[in-house]
Design a binder for this molecule. Structure first.
Ligand code: C2E
Ligand code: MG
Ligand code: MG
Ligand code: MG
Length: 285
């Protein structure tokens, strides 16, 4: 490009900055290609009730990179969010999730499962997000009551009224809304009471040291009390040990997710786990 101040040149020359910019551009190109070539897949992590029974799963995006192997979302969601690629990528995730729900609906042992899908702010703020979600549900035939959306509080930094209105429409259609990573973001209690949500997810950062840190224990207790008094469910994420589970249970937590119950795995592995448990329960030893 001949233009002196073209799109990819900078006003001042900073080699480190330039390297960051071109790395971002390369990642961007890779992501576009990956979406076109279907190099993404969803993994499923179990969510359990107080008795340890699997009630559903969270769908977690994975990038199967031909050279780099499996890439975790932390390495690309941010980039996809700033480039806008999160919009088509998120649409693909919703479509896959609906297809999975339909597969579950057809198997008696899986039919009661719910599936939680993460939706990033930029995707949610698309003017037609609700219509897109409803269309994906309708096209697939998935039951809206089995689909849950995980939103973060940061979403409320932009256009609170429109966001609440969107959540209400989803909620009215049967799609449950959960507030992810609760306590780490912009938690205004003023808004919280107006949100048509059914669940708060207690962030992993509070759960990690819950047994040894009085501060983390106090925060968790507060979130559980808050949820309870607002008639919301609370799910602890990142539960890795029996001690954490026991501690949370004593504080009144009734829903859990974490490596203690299962890591994110492929759909096939997740479904097999459930069918194995079901057949074990069916033939007592
Ligand atoms: P999140 O929604 O809070 O998801 C939970 C993360 O914690 C997942 O990381 C999960 O693998 C991890 N995790 C669960 N249990 C444990 C545990 O016991 N110990 C530890 N150390 N980690 C645990 P993951 O899959 O790397 O995803 C990271 C984040 O990327 C997610 O956080 C979510 O914000 C985002 N993400 C993932 N998939 C999607 C997607 O399809 N769309 C969007 N917009 N964001 C996604
Ligand atoms: Mg989540
Ligand atoms: Mg979370
Ligand atoms: Mg988290």
């Amino acid at each position: 490009q001949a233009k002196a101040n073209g799109r990819n040149t900078m006003c001042f020359f900073d080699p480190a900055m330039q390297a960051v910019v071109s790395a971002r551009a390369a990642l961007d190109g890779d992501l576009r290609l990956a979406l076109a070539q279907r190099h993404f897949e969803l993994h499923y992590q179990p969510q359990v009730d107080a008795e340890g029974r699997i009630t559903g799963a969270e769908a977690l995006l994975r990038w199967q990179h031909p050279q780099r192997g499996m890439v975790a979302p932390a390495e690309f969601i941010g980039a996809a969010e700033s480039s806008g690629l999160i919009v088509p990528l998120g649409a693909w995730v919703l479509e896959q999730a609906c297809a999975r729900l339909v597969a579950w609906q057809q198997q008696p042992r899986l039919a009661q499962l719910s599936l939680s899908v993460n939706v990033s702010p930029r995707q949610f703020h698309q003017p037609d997000f609700v219509e897109q979600a409803m269309a994906a549900l309708a096209r697939s035939g998935a039951d809206p009551r089995r689909l849950k959306l995980e939103l973060t509080e940061s979403l409320l930094l932009d256009d609170v009224e429109a966001s609440i209105e969107k959540m209400s429409r989803l909620n009215a259609a049967g799609v449950g809304i959960s507030l992810d990573d609760f306590g780490t973001g912009y938690s205004s209690l003023t808004y919280l009471k107006r949100l048509p949500i059914y669940q708060l997810k207690i962030d992993r950062s509070f759960v990690r040291d819950i047994v040894t840190s009085p501060a983390d224990a106090a925060i968790t207790r507060t979130i559980l009390t808050l949820a309870d008094s607002m008639g919301l469910s609370a799910m602890a994420e990142g539960v890795e040990t029996e001690e954490q589970r026991h501690f949370l249970n004593r504080q009144g937590c009734r829903a859990y997710q974490g490596y203690l119950f299962g890591k994110p795995v492929t759909a096939q592995q997740f479904e097999q786990q459930l069918l194995d448990v079901a057949s074990m329960a069916a033939c007592p030893s």
